[in-house]
Design a protein around this ligand. Structure first.
Ligand code: BES
Ligand code: MN
Ligand code: MN
Length: 457
């Protein structure tokens, strides 16, 4: 290593340390904006959120900062920091939209009032994924707007809705988004002091099933017995989605295996919030079940509220069924398999309609060889002071497969500053603040590692 290189990390640590308080304050500003794109009532908030991100990008020295959207899509932000001669261009990805709160009253502190407790910042989006947005911006600030590689910042606004217009957006802004390496800061570390690289993600499909039994409500005493009800039919159909072990019973889905050691069971149960005595379902290791096997969940049912029931047989009922897919599976094929399974398991001759849901995410297994991965392993190990753990993930990021299809030559790195206790999508979502600092440091080092070695001549 030339001498300049030896100085660089120390300077970088100081520069990162100096920008962290401001980055945290701006993270709080972003968290205060309820950018729930999936809820039409928050469309304006999502626009304000994009504007706030664009202003921060401008402030961090970005060129051509733009808010872009295609017809019907959420606003995304694109900004550029031109590459020094001979340096590669790195695309930094995050999303500024967030999940619904799940009930504001259930939170310990209000979801859109960022609050620090015990070294963690609580708020909707504090981890997923406004922390990713601020990681990128903090790195660009640490470099005073002149990073050692070209940077394109891409912050989308509809990830939590399954990125329905992303394909169109990638087509339209293909040239603006072209890059050599992409860093997706929307995943998690295995622990707050252990850096992670996510090497595979599951795909996701969902469908709506509606069963119809009767022309209208019928008296549950007069007709009950010979005549069934639609909600029971729906429940019986949904109950066929798992076998007696709790494995997914839909035929024809891809599964894989891994010998990665399982997490400690008590910790895992605590992170998931399992109640005492409740069993894990399915077979295979926990990691296999989380990363490399399909999973099915019922996300919602349309049915009368329990405090508003009447003694009637229900004529129709509806549910949304969501299925995670193992790497190697095909979303369209799996969606058909799920639909066919449901259609063929409806009892008692009830009528059934299955309609595809809110868009799909293809699963991905990343190619983890090559110089960008070597650079990431060096950078992340150095920043955290311990070796990187490379592992799969049960969640989905629709952008990844889309992006890999559009730019097949680019290396894809999936990083992030969540941790198993972050409660993504849940009540009391939070970011571990010390790890946020480590994550910024790691990404700053990564850009340095991706830059061509300084010339010594
Ligand atoms: N950031 C998450 C994915 C994730 C979850 C990474 C947990 C690491 C730990 C992402 O925002 C997400 O929630 N994705 C959705 C995708 C869907 C809406 C298509 C998901 O997995 O449900
Ligand atoms: Mn996310
Ligand atoms: Mn999410």
């Amino acid at each position: 290593m030339p001498d300049q290189g030896e100085d660089r990390p120390t300077d970088l640590v100081a520069a990162v340390t100096a920008v962290l308080p401001g980055a945290r304050a701006d993270l709080e500003r972003l968290v205060r904006i309820p950018s729930i794109w999936a809820d039409p009532a928050h469309a304006d908030d999502t626009r304000r959120s994009a504007e706030a991100v664009a202003a921060l990008a401008q402030d961090a020295g970005g060129n051509d900062v733009r808010i872009v959207a295609v017809e019907g899509g959420a606003p995304a932000v694109i900004a550029h920091w031109p590459a020094p001669p001979g340096a590669p261009t790195v695309l930094l990805y995050a999303h500024h939209d967030v999940q619904p709160t799940g009930g504001d009253d259930l939170w310990t502190s209000p979801p859109f009032e960022p609050t620090e407790r015990g070294g963690r910042l609580y708020g909707r989006g504090a981890a997923d994924d406004k922390a990713g947005v601020m990681t990128h911006l903090a790195v660009l600030r640490a470099y005073r707007g002149r990073p050692p590689v070209g940077v394109t910042l891409f912050v989308e606004g509809e990830e939590e809705s399954g990125s329905p217009t992303l394909t169109a957006l990638l087509q339209e802004y293909r040239d603006a988004l072209a890059c050599d390496v992409i860093v997706i800061a929307d995943s998690a570390n295995p622990a707050v002091d252990v850096p992670g690289l996510t090497t595979s993600l599951r795909g996701l499909v969902d469908v709506t099933i509606e069963v119809a039994m009767l022309e209208r409500q019928a008296h549950s005493g007069v007709f009950g017995g010979p005549v069934g009800d639609a909600l029971t039919v729906l429940c019986r159909t949904l109950a066929t989605l798992h076998d007696e072990h709790g494995d997914v019973a839909v035929p024809g889905l891809v599964t894989g295996t891994t010998d990665a050691p399982d997490p400690d069971e008590a910790t895992y149960r605590g992170d998931a919030g399992l109640l005492p005595g409740v069993e894990l379902i399915g077979t295979g290791s926990v990691n296999e079940r989380s990363w490399l096997k399909p999973a099915v969940a019922v996300l919602g049912i349309d049915a009368p509220r329990t405090d508003q029931v009447a003694n009637v047989l229900l004529p129709r009922a509806r549910a949304v069924v969501s299925m995670r897919l193992a790497p190697g599976d095909d979303a369209a094929k799996a969606e058909r398999a799920l639909a066919e399974h449901l259609e063929s398991h409806v009892p008692w001759g009830a009528q059934v309609t299955v309609t595809p849901g809110r868009g799909v995410a293809e699963p991905t297994a990343l190619d983890t060889t090559g110089p960008a991965y070597d650079a990431a392993r060096r950078a992340f190990s150095a920043a955290y002071g311990t070796a990187v753990v490379e592992s799969g993930l049960g969640g989905s990021i629709p952008f990844i497969a889309e992006f890999a299809r559009t730019f097949p030559g680019a290396a894809v790195l999936v990083t992030g500053v969540g941790d198993p206790a972050s409660r993504w999508h849940g009540i009391d979502e939070s970011l571990h603040l010390k790890m946020f600092g480590l994550g910024v440091h790691a990404e700053a080092l990564l850009l340095a590692e991706l830059a061509p070695a300084p010339r010594t001549a």
